[in-house]
Design a protein. Sequence first.
Length: 485
Amino acid sequence: MANILQFEQIPVQGEPHTQIIPTHSDGVPVLVKITDPSFEATGNPSNVKVIPAEYYDRFLSQEAKERLPSPIRSLFPLEDRPGMISLLAGKPSPTTFPFTALNFSVRSPTDPSQETALSLTSEELAAGLQYGPTAGLDGLISWVEGLQAFSHGRKQGEGWSVCIGSGSQDLISKAVSALVNDGDAILVESPVYAGVLPMFETLHCQQIEVETDANGISSSSLRSILESWPAGTPKPRCLYTVPYGCNPTGMTASVERRKEVLALAREHDFLILEDDPYYYVYYGKAPRPASYFALELEEPEVGRVLRFDSLSKVLSAGIRIGIASGPEPFITAINRHTSTANLSANGLTQSIVLKLLTSWGYEGFSTHTKVVSDYYRGRRDVFEAAMQKHLKGLAEWTSPEAGMFVWFKLLLSPPGGSATGAEEDSAAIIRTHALEKGVLALPGTAFLPNGRKTAYVRASFSLLGDADIDEALRRLGSVVAEARG
């Protein structure tokens, strides 16, 4: 067994409400500054009832339980102790790095026609170029903690922490391996994001499909599954869901559905994996529904939501910055996985993103995401207008209120005719005839855990200009019309 280092609490001179306390974000103690004046010995500033850490032991997979802290990276925090001379890590000397400065320009969130020049300081550049903390750069971690308070009302001391990954899918993959054993049953909304299906399939999971509709995940379907679960058989410990602008359906779950799902999570003792890359790409007419992460504050206790955010859709897909927020034991498990897999997320992109975000502040970030969501609303409107023009009577769909996808059902049966299995298979149309016409889209079967046939299709409207959207749907309309005979 690895030695567990013990740290004392250290009051900060001149700051009576500030302490340095030990946490376990990297599988070992790490020094963290707490500045909330209401912070008490319990570490809970808002008196929210938090599920105790030991409760989560039953949720962790055997792999997570067997993975020990990195013997090197777990000691990194000690290098910052005053007077410490470290012979620890094989960090390359920064004197050999050829990079001496990094300057970049960004558009103003309030006036996109204006640009601001930003530069990394020598210290910021050095931090980005060197091996960094497994959980993420300290400054970015702090900024994200503030973002979760700003966006979701979650305060530090409520039993949760955050970590940074190489995109949210990196973190989701590590969370799944930390929570699911080979052959376990797992609840997944259906249709489901195709990117997670290989994760579940390689673990030979029994994927229990929960129905969805225009209001998102069906809580009644979920309740029926759980209440009819075979006696003596362990119930699933996790539910995977994409609550805003779901990929592929584009649907956003209503607040009522979310509250019902949270109540079921408490009643049947499972965790919610809230994959939320489109939270900041919501453009519905009604106010944005609260997240599961926020809504669980209304529950008798918090700690059943493991949330995943992504900056790919609002800043840049190529920077590969994802965020996991949730109960500390699970963040620890993710960090232990990272420490042995890829050490940390890209330090240089973390430094760039941190510089940008701190220059904007939370209000500036919010303003920017509003501009992004308005853009995608416009793309959706153009796409729907073209659908009305070319697919009316040939397809059915519900208008998305977030994200960048339309999920539509091809009406492949001739008018007045009866459907057949072949007629209800969009894959045969999309992968052959549509491709021959020069149109690429994804048949719905790619998003169904059991791969069954379906008449649905997923199309993205994020990149195309107006003319290309119109032409693509004209071609697709002609393909469906021919298929109907």
